[in-house]
Write a protein that binds this ligand. Structure first.
Ligand code: SF4
Length: 385
């Protein structure tokens, strides 16, 4: 007997994973494959929603606060495929001010596609800039150039979106401090950019970058310096960090969707490799397009892993996720969720040590990390478990 999922959900965030990329970037370990079978994928997505609405009919009328279409490379969809994808989003009920983010690779941006995305309800673009240094872009196998980015911001169509976010990466092979500063300064001078996500490059062992020891990655010391420079330069441009890797110009530029993950609000993931959370269960599908297109016709629970979180797992997640954010741990929320005060036993001592060391700050309502604390969020969470 499958569990009753999303039974207490009042509002929801939706993630759709588009698993296609024109080619694989050598550092990336996300699930993606060549764009060969787009129609079967979209048909399977629609069947997944059919199955979901059979198991949890109320979700059809549960308003979506946010939608995020990510991948993979969703922007490689042409007009016809994008409209079919949008139809799936339109099967759900939306709040009046729903945030709808689309991940866009710069080489796919055009006035006509921007108009189409906007006409369907997209409010926010997350642009995969990565770096504005031509040599670095070539090295990491990206298909765009720095000129493509300038072309986008010279195009009036970009102004129709409520918010623009740019992804950048630091810790790239051969990246210099000067190059990183130049990238950030050039991006932040565009007033239409309200959000920056800055990620440290991870060397996943299964990727070409992870397997090749001859690639000149920064040393630990250089990486620490690049991290400091990255945060300093973004903050000097009047963006503030509200999460370890995410910076906003104003509160309305913060990503409502990502905050749902960090604040552990219910979200539904559709597509191969997508995850869902309903406040009690974590659900996940294998990252396998061919299995996905076969299984979804058999019902929502077919080939879906379901795990009910224990109280300890809830608490662990709460601490790990909260300590990544400037919001931090809310004392009342912690008490309400875990039926124990935050300041109990050894935790009281640990928090006071971490405050004295400059990693945490305490206010009457909450305990939150400083920048140094955010950058060590996992280690701090482990000490508070
Ligand atoms: S385009 Fe993005 S998702 Fe696709 S391989 Fe490159 S980094 Fe990964």
């Amino acid at each position: 007997m499958p569990p009753r999922i999303f039974s207490t959900t009042k509002d929801l965030s939706l993630y759709i994973h588009v698993p296609f990329c024109a080619k694989k970037c050598p550092y990336c370990d996300f699930y993606s494959c060549p764009p060969h079978d787009i129609n079967s994928y979209i048909k399977a997505l629609s069947q997944e929603v059919d199955g979901l609405f059979t198991e949890a009919p109320h979700l059809e009328h549960t308003p979506l606060r946010s939608v995020f279409i990510g991948g993979g490379t969703p922007s490689l969809f042409g007009q016809e495929s994008f409209l079919l994808l949008a139809e799936i989003v339109h099967r759900f009920t939306h709040t009046a001010d729903m945030e709808w983010t689309l991940e866009v690779n710069p080489e796919h941006f055009s006035s006509s596609m921007a108009d189409l995305w906007c006409s369907q309800g997209v409010t926010r673009i997350s642009l995969g800039v990565q770096t504005l240094q031509a040599k670095e872009l070539r090295h990491i196998g990206r298909n765009h150039t720095p000129d493509d980015i300038e072309r986008i911001f010279a195009n009036a169509s970009i102004k129709q979106f409520h918010s623009i976010s740019c992804d950048i990466i630091y810790g790239l092979p051969g990246q210099t401090e000067k190059g990183l500063i130049d990238t950030i300064e050039k991006l932040t001078k565009h007033s239409s950019i309200g959000h920056i996500s800055a990620y440290e490059l991870t060397r996943y062992p299964t990727t070409p970058f992870g397997k090749d020891p001859s690639i000149p990655f920064p040393t630990e010391e250089e990486l620490e310096k690049l991290t400091e420079i990255c945060h300093d330069t973004i903050e000097q441009a009047q963006f503030y960090p509200y999460e370890i890797s995410n910076f906003a110009r104003t509160v309305s530029d913060e990503s409502c969707h990502n905050k749902a993950y960090w604040e552990r609000r219910p979200y539904l993931g559709l597509g191969p490799g997508a995850h869902s959370y309903d406040g009690s269960y974590r659900l996940s599908r294998p990252a396998d397009l061919s299995g996905y297109t076969k299984e979804t016709a058999k019902g929502y629970f077919s080939n879906l892993s379901v795990h009910q979180l224990s109280r300890e797992e809830h608490r662990e997640e709460y601490l790990f996720l909260s300590l990544r954010t400037r919001r931090g741990i809310l004392k009342q929320e912690f008490l309400h969720q875990f039926k124990e005060p935050l300041f109990t036993g050894i935790r009281k001592e640990v928090i006071s040590d971490l405050c004295a060391a400059g990693f945490l700050r305490e206010e009457p309502q909450r305990v939150y990390p400083t920048r140094a604390g955010m950058l060590r969020a996992d280690g701090i969470a482990l000490r508070l478990l």
